[in-house]
Design a protein around this ligand. Structure first.
Ligand code: PEP
Ligand code: MG
Length: 880
């Protein structure tokens, strides 16, 4: 009811802090004013009597007496909306009052106070345009040859003020009220109305603040930072907001009023300089700051004014801080005994931990680039971090350029499996299409590379060797900088700042506390040994999803995979043909060897921890060039009179691609369906895994692989795949004829039907893992690759959906399927372990849901593991 500012000032007064006397009009009054268009009947009566109290307390009279009382009229909502609403200072001044102020503290002071009042009141309460007032000031400065308005001599100052008053009357048709009571009422109503100003409404919409809250109005006795040489106003932070270091950090401006520091009208001085100028006031401020911080148990951002050597506190609030500062402050406050570990864990927004792990664009340079017109466009920040690199317009070019030692930003219309090698070579990825779970976004996030997607205004033209955007053109090889958090794309280079996880001491300690507190396991989605090592370093408890297809996408393997696919499709047509059968066996056994080495490397990195290996999932045609590319190749080969066998090979691939073409590949031959149609592929993967396990076992290591079956819709599918697995294991006897140890087999729950029949599926499985990407896609019927670039963004902007269901789990729909499936599986008395391996596993709000739903672990990209560890702890604390 008092708004944050009013409530905190009341708290400070109660704490015995030096706060000027004042009172607050409630937010409810504002709501009534806005609803009725007029102030409630008894408001002015109440304000009058509160003003009499203020006069008694301050020993001054409002609008009269030798030391007249002036007040500030300040806005303040319950939610922070810095600078969005009006505030009017020095209310209660007119010519007569100014003459008294002049007699008390000199003419310059009186003029300064009067001019400040007129400026603020005219704009806030009367709608006078700022430019008209600025013009009056500029004229006065010019004719007096003064650089600052405060430097005018009193005669010039008086003249300027009278020009200003006339200008206000000209612009608004009204004179600035003379009567202090009328000024007060005008200022209060202006603050009420400013709740509905355009910028306040936009700010609320952007930050999700309830438009029905209304603002409170705090009326306080003025204290003057512009009274004399021993006066100033300023802002201080009780800890360094950038690093979190425990030291008071701030700025002040001598002979000023509070608005000057915030508005940046002059360059303020570092607070430390105040030690020499106003040592006693400085000492008392530091002491007060320490008490205020201790009271709140959090770093504070404090506004103060010193009047003739006497410090006053005008506002305190929790300080905004960098991610690094947030972590350090949380840990150190715990060490200081100010906070419990639980409170320390809750005080750091989990999402922000991610910011500590990636290089970022230097904020100062980015601001300069923005001001300098180098912002090319904005898209969706899909994977944080910042990078500058030379533009490469195809994956192959990216590889080539990177091999020449260039740092590359791969720019594509969108990415697919064919681009992965380019993404590996690139330092950052930019696409014209796609959303937060588009291929580019997921893969880049997994690699921990900055990525911006869905910058619709970019048109990528590899054929012309350039990209175009809003009338500008960037040639391949020229530099771009991308910011994966804000989605900004800049022309030219911007410096980056590097973090090092192992050296983030405070983060390490905070996450250690998180591990003690969390119930949920946190595993990583890792497809390579390097990812697994990274994930282990970030504190993962294992691998929750290894997408085996990602191993197939490396260029030299892709050839082999393609040969295997051609052979498999030919073999399906002519099962009797010896040559085809041999080709299939040969390509499978070579793939098996490679895959086995990959599995071995991952299991070695994660020795002793569970590693969930998912059998091949995507539709096979994803491994083939597109039909258009093949047609084009063929055209060229024929025109160049290429050797007949090369033409035949392309023709064969085209025939296979044609044959595999599906109208809805996402709903087609993929996941376990693929394994059931082509059992030889799954069998090869299981043999590869069992070879890897045997080799590691021989070294005395303890590999713990689990095999996961994707896209199950019916328990019968799982049974069929189990028997393929069984058969492969039986066939995979070691050199001494020994059968490899059994493997835990689990099912992905990523089709709605699987969730609805979880009891039957759980009966065939040792574990279940919710693939919430596909489950979201199939529950909503939103294509995960297309929806976000298009209508989904419109849905979110227009409020049809409150958030992106591919980023934060849709509790009501997808979430209830998850809960239902868990209930069913458990209700049947089945002891299946359950996990989540969709992108939601690294999203704090979703992790909170999974904690409530009671899954055993979440799995997310390596770089999100620290976020998930903290989120899991916060969710556990939240439920305690
Ligand atoms: C999923 O669908 O949630 C999942 C983890 O699998 P993928 O993203 O590979 O389809
Ligand atoms: Mg899936």
């Amino acid at each position: 009811m008092l708004g944050a500012k009013g409530a905190e000032l009341a708290n400070l007064a109660r704490l015995g802090m030096p706060v000027p006397p004042g009172f607050t009009i409630t937010t409810e009054t504002c709501r009534r004013y806005l609803a009725d268009g007029t102030v409630p009947a008894d408001l002015w009566y109440q304000v009058d009597s509160a003003m009499r109290g203020l006069e008694r307390e301050s020993g001054r009279a409002f609008g009269s007496g030798p030391r007249p009382l002036l007040v500030s009229v300040r806005s303040g909502a319950a939610a922070s909306m810095p600078g969005m609403m009006e505030t009017v200072l020095n209310v209660g001044v007119n010519d007569e009052v100014a003459a008294r102020l002049a007699a008390w503290r000199g003419e310059r002071f009186a003029l300064d106070v009067h001019r400040r009042f007129v400026e603020m009141y005219a704009q806030a309460a009367m709608g006078a345009p700022a430019e008209a007032l600025e013009a009056v000031k500029a004229d006065a400065r010019a004719s007096a040859g003064a650089s600052r308005i405060e430097d005018l001599d009193p005669a010039d100052g008086r003249e300027m003020l009278s020009h200003m008053l006339s200008a206000v009357e000209e612009e608004t048709g009204h004179a600035v009220p003379f009567d202090p009571e009328e000024q007060l009422r005008g200022a209060v109503e202006a603050v009420f109305r400013s709740w509905n100003s355009r910028r306040a409404a936009d700010y609320r919409a952007h930050h999700g603040i309830d438009p029905g809250l209304g603002t409170a109005v705090t009326i306080m006795a003025m204290v003057y930072g512009n009274a004399d040489a021993e006066s100033c106003s300023g802002v201080l932070f009780t800890r360094d907001p950038a690093t979190g270091e425990r030291r008071v950090f701030g700025e002040y401006l001598p002979r000023s009023q509070g608005e000057d520091v915030v508005a940046g009208v002059a360059t303020p001085m570092p607070l430390d300089d105040m030690v020499g100028e106003l040592p006693e006031a400085h000492g008392r401020l530091i002491e007060a700051a320490a008490r205020i911080e201790a009271h709140y148990g959090d770093a504070q951002d404090i506004e103060f004014t010193v009047e003739s050597g006497e410090p006053f506190i005008l506002q305190t609030r929790a300080a905004k801080r960098s991610a690094r500062a947030a972590v350090r402050i949380a840990v150190e406050m715990c060490d200081e005994g100010v906070r419990t570990p639980d409170r320390a864990l809750l005080s750091v927004p989990a999402e922000r931990v991610y910011e500590l792990l990636l290089p970022r664009l230097d904020e100062g340079e980015a601001a300069l680039a923005r001001d300098g017109g180098r912002l090319l466009t904005e898209g969706l920040g899909a994977s944080p971090g910042g990078v500058t690199g030379a533009v490469a317009l195809s994956a192959d070019r990216a590889v080539e350029m990177a091999a020449r030692g260039l740092r590359v930003v791969l720019v594509r219309p969108e990415t697919s499996a064919d681009d992965v090698h380019g993404m590996i070579a690139a330092a950052g990825v930019l696409t014209a299409r796609g959303g937060a779970t588009s291929h580019a976004a997921v893969v880049a996030r997994g690699m921990g590379k900055p990525c911006v997607v869905g910058t619709e205004s970019i048109s990528v033209r590899p054929d012309l060797g350039r990209l175009a955007c809003g009338g500008r053109s960037v040639a391949e090889g020229e530099e771009l900088s991308i910011d994966g958090e804000t989605g900004e794309v800049f022309l030219g280079a911007i410096a980056t700042v590097e973090p090092h996880f192992a050296e983030e001491r405070h983060l390490g300690r905070l996450l250690g506390w998180a591990d003690e507190r969390r119930r949920l396991g946190v595993r990583a989605n890792a497809d390579t040994a390097a990812d697994a090592a990274l994930a282990r370093g970030f504190g993962a408890d294992g691998v929750g999803l290894c997408r085996t297809e990602h191993m197939f996408f490396e260029p030299e393997r892709l050839e082999l995979v393609r040969r295997m696919i051609l052979a498999a499709s030919a073999h399906a047509r002519w099962p009797e043909d010896e040559l085809t059968a041999w080709r299939l066996r040969d390509s499978l056994s070579r793939l098996q060897e490679m895959q086995s080495r990959d599995f071995e490397a991952i299991l070695r990195e994660m020795d002793g921890m569970p590693v969930v290996i998912r059998l091949l999932d995507p539709p096979l045609h994803e491994f083939l060039p597109t039909r258009d590319e093949l047609l084009e190749d063929l055209h060229r080969l024929r025109a160049d009179r290429a050797p007949a066998d090369r033409i035949a090979e392309r023709e064969e691939m085209l025939a296979a691609a044609e044959e595999m073409r599906e109208a809805n590949p996402m709903l087609g031959l993929r996941g376990c369906r693929l394994g059931i149609v082509h059992p030889e592929i799954f069998a090869m993967q299981v043999r590869a895994l069992s070879d890897a396990v045997r080799a590691l076992g021989a070294e005395g290591l303890s590999p713990r692989p689990e095999v996961m079956v994707p896209l199950v819709a019916d328990a019968a599918e799982l049974r069929a795949v189990r028997s393929i697995i069984e058969g492969a294991l039986t066939g995979a006897a070691g050199p001494g004829g020994e059968r490899p140890p059994g493997l835990r087999v689990g099912a992905m729950i990523e089709t709605p039907r699987a969730a609805l029949t979880a009891r039957e599926i759980a009966g065939e499985a040792e574990f279940l893992s919710f693939g919430t990407n596909d489950l979201t896609q199939l529950t909503f019927g939103f294509s995960r690759d297309d929806a976000e670039g298009g209508f989904l963004a419109r849905y979110i902007e227009g409020g049809v959906l409150s958030s992106d269901p591919f980023l934060t789990i849709d509790r009501a729909g997808v979430g209830s399927l998850v809960e239902r499936a868990l209930r069913q599986a458990r209700g049947a008395g089945l002891k299946v372990e359950s996990g989540v391996c969709g992108e939601h596993g690294g999203d704090p709000a979703s992790v909170a849901f999974f904690e409530e739903a009671g899954v055993d672990y979440v799995s997310c990209s390596p770089y999100r593991v620290p976020v998930a560890r903290l989120s899991a702890a916060q969710a556990a604390i939240g439920r305690a």
